[in-house]
Design a protein around this ligand. Structure first.
Ligand SMILES: Cc1cc2nc3c(=O)[nH]c(=O)nc-3n(C[C@H](O)[C@H](O)[C@H](O)COP(=O)(O)OP(=O)(O)OC[C@H]3O[C@@H](n4cnc5c(N)ncnc54)[C@H](O)[C@@H]3O)c2cc1C
Length: 234
């Protein structure tokens, strides 16, 4: 069992928290926006102040892969979403048979789930807050990383986070789910990470290319070594 700190309580942060808690880990999500989720979907749409998510008042379609994963791993999330009014759709149902060749067994794997972002986020939050092992702290902004003694030359060992109020929160593993404007590259640099990494943001994803393996920075004895996805910087 590991203590895991997740920075950001959006759809990704809370989903990840539930998955890790199901594996027996003790997970804390810290979220900069202070306001807790309202009691129902309508109130979330009308009143919930979520400045950290710009697209909060838009319709979202969560694609088939997300739908498959939550259906399999987190059925309580799908149940909550459906109870709150989320709709399921499948683009293939609207495409003429002469293009698709007609509906085939297995095409339901392309089902998506869709709803107003405010509603979806409230539903996911309701499920997360009812998950044993998950704690969500709102109104807590991370300002930087804590680093312990390095396990390898040039590789920092992240031991927790420091909040903008000066609080130090320790964890075996820190995961950044703070969205596409993540300050992680700056935090890593400030903590002494080597500068050979290049960060690229495309759409909602940030990728890192590195000439050094990330293992020492993300290894936790109780979680086990991270699978390195590092590749050489061009
Ligand atoms: C206009 C638009 C439309 C989109 N439409 C779709 C769609 O239809 N379907 C789809 O799947 N995706 C869509 N996306 C992408 C989707 O919204 C993102 O992929 C998704 O929001 C990522 O979720 P997340 O939890 O990683 O990050 P976010 O939702 O951005 O959440 C990050 C959280 O971290 C918090 N945070 C940030 N910094 C800190 C800090 N220092 N300390 C503590 N907390 C912090 C923020 O307050 C926020 O709550 C759209 C994106 C945009 C911009």
């Amino acid at each position: 069992m590991a203590t895991v700190m997740i920075v950001g309580s959006g759809v990704v942060g809370m989903g990840l928290a539930m998955l890790l808690a199901a594996e027996g880990h003790e997970v804390t999500c810290v979220e900069r926006d202070a306001e807790p989720p309202p009691g129902d979907a309508e109130a979330a749409w009308e009143h919930w102040d979520r400045r950290g998510v710009n697209q909060f008042r838009l319709l979202h379609t969560f694609l088939a892969r997300y739908h498959q994963v939550v259906t399999r791993e987190l059925p309580q999330v799908v149940a909550r979403l459906e109870a709150d009014g989320a709709l399921q759709d499948n683009i293939l149902r609207g495409v003429p048979d002469f293009i698709t060749g007609g509906w085939r067994d297995g095409d339901e794997r392309f089902d998506v789930i869709t709803g107003r972002r405010a509603m979806v986020e409230r539903s996911v939050a309701a499920a997360a807050e009812n998950t044993p092992g998950v704690t969500i702290r709102r109104g807590v902004a991370v300002a930087g990383l804590l680093a312990g003694s390095s396990a390898a030359p040039g590789a920092i060992h992240v031991t927790g986070v420091r909040t903008d109020a000066g609080e130090e929160l320790l964890a075996d593993l820190v995961i950044d789910a703070s969205g596409r404007r993540s300050a992680l590259p700056a935090w890593l640099a400030a903590a002494g990470s080597r500068s050979s990494r290049r960060w690229r943001t495309a759409g909602s994803f940030t990728t890192v290319a590195t000439s050094a393996p990330l293992t020492a920075a993300c290894r936790s004895p109780s979680v086990g070594p991270c699978k390195s996805t590092a590749r050489s910087a061009p």
